[in-house]
Design a binder for this molecule. Structure first.
Ligand SMILES: Cc1cc2nc3c(=O)[nH]c(=O)nc-3n(C[C@H](O)[C@H](O)[C@H](O)COP(=O)(O)O)c2cc1C
Length: 300
C-alpha cells in the first residue's frame, strides 16, 4: 500500500503530521512515540527574535476544544539553530520549520538563516499581524499572501507550505493567492478566532480578549474549508483542525487533502498520530484502495 505524499520534489513517507505549536521542538515527545513514524513534524513557530509570548492564562478549555493565546512564544531563530536543530536534524522524519514574523523582511530573514541548515521545508504562519501595513493578519489579504509567498519562494527551493487562516471571507481566494505566489502546498486551517467571558468577573478569560480556537469544535470548519480550497487549487493540501481520530483524518482526505496535521489531540494523547496512521492504512485496506490519491474525489 502506498501511503507516500509528494510535495514539490520531496516525498513524505506517510500523510500523518503533527501540527505547529502542539509538538514543541520534537524532543518533548521522544520518549512517548516513535518519531520515525511521523509523516512530518511541524515545529513551533520560529521568529527572528526570541518572544516571551502573552500574559497568562494563555490556554483555556472550551466545550469541545481549547482557546489559546500563546503569542508566538519561541526561542528565536538563532537559538533554534543552536539548540533545537541538532536534535531535529537527526530525526528520520521530515521536519518542517513553521516561520512567523511581523513584516515580509522578518519572514525572509528567518528563512534565509534556516537555509544553511538541514530541514525538509517551511510552513509560513500567516496568522500574524503585518505591523507595517495596518496590523491585519497577513493571511487575510490575497495581495499580501501572494507577495509574501513570492518573496520567500525566491529564497528557497525547499517545499514551501502556506498555512491559511480560516478567519477570512473566502478562504479559496487566499489559497489561490498562495498558489500564484509559488507555494508548493497549503495547510488548511489554522485556529478560529474565539472569545470566552468570565461572567462572574465580567472580563475575558484570556488577558488579550480573543484567542485561537482549536480541537474537535473546529473539525467541520476545517473540512469545509479543505473542500472549498481543494476545488480551487492544484497544489496539495495539509488538512488541519480538530482531528481527534482516524475518522476526522479521513474526512479531510475525502474532502481533498493529501495529508493531515494533528494538533490539540496530541495534548490529550501523545500517541494519537500513530493510531490515526494505522487507522488510515486499515481503512484503505478494508476498502480495497492501494493509495491515498484514490480517496480524493469521492466527495463530489
Ligand atoms: C497551543 C497551540 C499553539 C499553536 N502554535 C502555533 C504556531 O506556533 N504556529 C502555527 O502556525 N500554528 C500554531 N497552532 C495552530 C495548530 O498548528 C493547528 O493548526 C490548529 O490548532 C488546528 O488544529 P487542531 O484543532 O488539531 O489543534 C497552535 C495551536 C495550539 C493549540
Amino acid at each position: 500500500m502506498d501511503l507516500t505524499v509528494r510535495v514539490r520534489d520531496k516525498i513524505l513517507t506517510n500523510p500523518v503530521a503533527v501540527a505547529s505549536g502542539t509538538f514543541g521542538y520534537g524532543s518533548e515527545y521522544e520518549q512517548l512515540i516513535p518519531l520515525a513514524r511521523l509523516g512530518a513534524l511541524f515545529t513551533k513557530a520560529i521568529t527572528l527574535e526570541p518572544r516571551v509570548g502573552n500574559e497568562v492564562p494563555r490556554i483555556v478549555e472550551t466545550p469541545s476544544g481549547m482557546l489559546n493565546s500563546i503569542g508566538l512564544a519561541n526561542v528565536g531563530v538563532q537559538r533554534f539553530i543552536a539548540e533545537k536543530l541538532p536534535f531535529l536534524s537527526r530525526l528520520p522524519c521530515a521536519v518542517v520549520a513553521n516561520v512567523a514574523g511581523s513584516s515580509v523582511d522578518e519572514y525572509l530573514e528567518v528563512v534565509r538563516r534556516l537555509e544553511e541548515h538541514p530541514l525538509w521545508g517551511y510552513e509560513l504562519n500567516l496568522s500574524c499581524p503585518n505591523v507595517k501595513e495596518g496590523c491585519l493578519a497577513f493571511g487575510t489579504s490575497p495581495r499580501q499572501v501572494e507577495s509574501l509567498t513570492q518573496v520567500v519562494r525566491k529564497a528557497t527551493d525547499r517545499p514551501l507550505i502556506v498555512k491559511l487562516t480560516p478567519n477570512v471571507t473566502e478562504i479559496a481566494t487566499i489559497a489561490l493567492a498562495a498558489e500564484a505566489g509559488g507555494a508548493d502546498a497549503v495547510t488548511c486551517i489554522n485556529t478560529v478566532v474565539g472569545m470566552i467571558i468570565d461572567v462572574k468577573r465580567r472580563r475575558t478569560v484570556l488577558p488579550g480578549g480573543t484567542g485561537g480556537l482549536s480541537g474537535p469544535a473546529i473539525l467541520p470548519i476545517g473540512v469545509a474549508a479543505t473542500y472549498k480550497v481543494a476545488r480551487a487549487v492544484k497544489i496539495p493540501i495539509f488538512g488541519s483542525g480538530g482531528i481527534m481520530d482516524t475518522e476526522g483524518a479521513l474526512q479531510y482526505l475525502l474532502a481533498g487533502a493529501s495529508a493531515i496535521q494533528i494538533g490539540t489531540a496530541n495534548f490529550a494523547d501523545p500517541s494519537i498520530s500513530q493510531r490515526v496512521l494505522d487507522g488510515i492504512a486499515a481503512y484503505l485496506a478494508e476498502n480495497g484502495l492501494s493509495c491515498l490519491a484514490e480517496l480524493r474525489g469521492f466527495i463530489a
